[in-house]
Design a protein around this ligand. Structure first.
Ligand SMILES: CC(C)(COP(=O)(O)OP(=O)(O)OC[C@H]1O[C@@H](n2cnc3c(N)ncnc32)[C@H](O)[C@@H]1OP(=O)(O)O)[C@@H](O)C(=O)NCCC(=O)NCCS
Length: 187
């Protein structure tokens, strides 16, 4: 499915484009925001390559990756990214990820983004199960997931390599109540 535009009360989730390089650079270079995530800060050339890969993935006819910009409606400010990665079309299962620049924390934007992209996954992609893995020490992400109706299912031991340390990841999931067994849409 392309292009995707999801509109909520205070934010929208939209497709990324090449003009987003500076904003994506700001979000991904935010070391406070990437503290619990398994990727290194990128320079501007690396971000351009990363963005091109995401845009290519979004326009793939067999699309399985939904990387979307989290944009504040009042001023169109790109605050971060939210992503669904379909892991199995057969089992209608996707992994959720998200990152908000630290200046935008604590105002409910992260929760709104997670709720919007999750509902989109269930209602428009026909997913059955959406899960996220948060580093066990990532209190903000754990709280956010619980607040958005994700249940903790367990702890994955040594799931993430952060810097030079292995850390446990807590797995949280929301499962659609629907009984639809149609394949997720790709167009
Ligand atoms: C996780 C993240 C998206 C939260 O965004 P946010 O907009 O600040 O979250 P919200 O304002 O919607 O708050 C959601 C819940 O988390 C809680 N929370 C937010 N920041 C918190 C913190 N630093 N410590 C503890 N709880 C926190 C809020 O109180 C709220 O819980 P409540 O509804 O029970 O009151 C943001 O901190 C972030 O991008 N972090 C870096 C990237 C990351 O960790 N991504 C997740 C990978 S799994």
């Amino acid at each position: 499915m392309y292009p995707v535009l999801i509109e909520g009360p205070r934010i929208s989730l939209r497709e990324l484009d090449a003009a987003d390089t500076a904003a994506v650079l700001a979000a991904t270079a935010d070391t406070e925001a990437t503290r619990h995530l398994p990727f290194q800060p990128m320079d501007d050339v690396e971000v351009e390559i990363y963005l091109t890969e995401l845009i290519d993935a979004a326009t793939d006819p067999e699309r399985f990756l939904y990387p979307l910009a989290i944009v504040r409606s009042e001023d169109n400010q790109l605050m971060g990214l939210a992503q669904l990665g379909i892991e199995s079309f057969l089992h209608r299962r996707a992994e959720l990820g998200y990152l908000l620049g630290s200046p935008y924390w604590g105002q409910g934007f992260g929760g709104e983004a997670v709720n919007l992209i999750t509902d989109f996954g269930f209602d428009h992609l026909g997913l059955k199960r959406i899960y996220a893995v948060a580093a066990a020490r990532n209190e903000a992400s754990r709280r956010l997931l619980e607040a958005q109706g994700f249940d903790k299912e367990g702890t994955l031991r040594d799931h993430l390599l952060l810097g030079n340390a292995w850390v446990d990841g807590d797995i949280f999931a929301r499962v659609s109540q629907g009984t639809n067994t149609e394949e997720p849409a790709t167009t």
